[in-house]
Structures are given as C-alpha cells and as structure tokens.
Ligand binder design. Structure first.
Ligand code: 3PG
Length: 210
C-alpha cells in the first residue's frame, strides 16, 4: 500500500470538512485531535479552504491534512502548494488526475461505476474514493463493483452517506481502508464553534471502532 493508504488505514475515519473561516481552523484541528482523529479532508467548497490547509500544515503538523472536492488542475496545484498530503475528488476526471500526478500529489478520484474504476486504474491509480457511497448502493454495491478489480489491488475510501451507524459495516470490507463523512464536524457546527460536540463525535466513533 502507498504511504497515504497506510496512514489513512490507521486513521480509519476521515472528517470531510467545509470550513468558512480561517479563524476556525486551529480550534477545529484541536477538536479533532482531542477526539482522537488525526486527519481531515478540507474541501475546496469554501473560499477559505486553501488558507486553512496552509495554516494547518504549518501549525498542526500532527494532523494529516488532505484536500477534498479537487475539481480542477488549479485546485490540485493550490492544494499541493498549501501542503495537502493527499487530495480527493467526487468524480474521475483525467485532466485533474494528470495534473495531480504531474506535481506528485497523491490523488484518489471518485468512482461509482466500473468505467470510473477503469479510467482510474488505467492511469495507474488504485486508491479510489467511492462516492456517493450510500446512494450508489453502499457495501453491497462496493463489493460487487470491486470484485473484477481486486487483483489490481484497488482500495477504497467511501464517502457520502457514511455515518456512525454504518461506518463499521464499511470498514469491515477488506478493500475499504478508511471512510469519510461530514457527520463528525458539519459546516454549521464549525461555524457555530461547537468544538466540544466535534470532539465528542470523534470520541464516539473511536470508541465504536475500538
Ligand atoms: C463528500 O463530500 O465526500 C460527501 O459529501 C460527504 O457526504 P456526507 O455529508 O453524507 O458525509
């Protein structure tokens, strides 16, 4: 497995973050770390995302920070320059994959069909985001769709519909190395400064996963 896969396999659960204000970056990171979750996917859905990645890479190096919703070569370049350790996207876009590969940014494109998986594997990628996991059929769908590609060593991080109620089911699948979700630290929880709640959510899933 790649370094990124090994690290995320240890982390198991990756909070998918939409953060509006740079002021909230450090309290958020500390809330996640206090809750026992040492990773985060900071999505490029807000204007603050790149600055947040940059700040956290410098000030909280113990948090393994990746970029999410990386939709363009520009997003990939910015994420890399800001110190993102990995990047993910909802879709499988060869232009973005090529850009990430060119700059050496580990990238997991989003897949939900065999054709998506083949697009990614034909470009040398085996770490893939399964999105939208729940709506696409959840664990049965992932098991079915990954079967023809297991021998290629494909690994998945499902996101979309993953919650504390079903995360164990996802993580029980050998091809799934980690699962992501917004439930741990939702955009409004961050905006409202609900740091204790975020820490509690992290602790709850850590306890559940033992
Ligand atoms: C993602 O960006 O990966 C998903 O939107 C997360 O979906 P969730 O809100 O269902 O966790």
């Amino acid at each position: 497995m790649s370094d990124v896969c090994e690290i995320l396999a240890e982390v198991k659960v990756v909070p998918v973050i939409a953060i509006d204000s740079i002021e909230d970056a450090i309290p958020l990171a500390d809330a996640l770390l206090d809750g026992g979750i040492p990773a985060a996917e900071i999505t490029f859905r807000t204007a603050a995302a790149a600055d947040v990645i940059n700040l956290l890479s410098k000030e909280r190096p113990q948090l393994y920070v990746g970029a999410g919703t990386v939709l363009s070569p520009e997003n990939a370049k910015r994420a890399y320059e800001c110190g993102a350790k990995f990047a993910v996207a909802p879709g499988c876009n060869p232009t973005v994959i090529s850009a990430a590969q060119k700059i050496g940014l580990p990238f997991a494109p989003g897949v939900m069909t065999p054709s998506d998986i083949e697009m990614a594997t034909s470009m040398g990628l085996t770490f893939l985001k399964f999105f939208p996991a729940g709506a696409a059929g959840g664990v049965p769908m992932l098991k079915n769709i990954s079967a023809p590609y297991k021998h290629l060593g494909v690994k998945f991080m499902p996101t979309g519909g993953v919650t504390i109620d079903n995360v164990q089911e996802y993580l029980a699948v050998p091809e799934i190395i980690a699962a992501g979700g917004t439930w741990l630290a939702k955009q409004d929880m961050i905006a409202n400064g609900e740091w204790d709640k975020i820490t509690e959510n992290c602790k709850a899933v850590i306890k559940l996963l033992g």
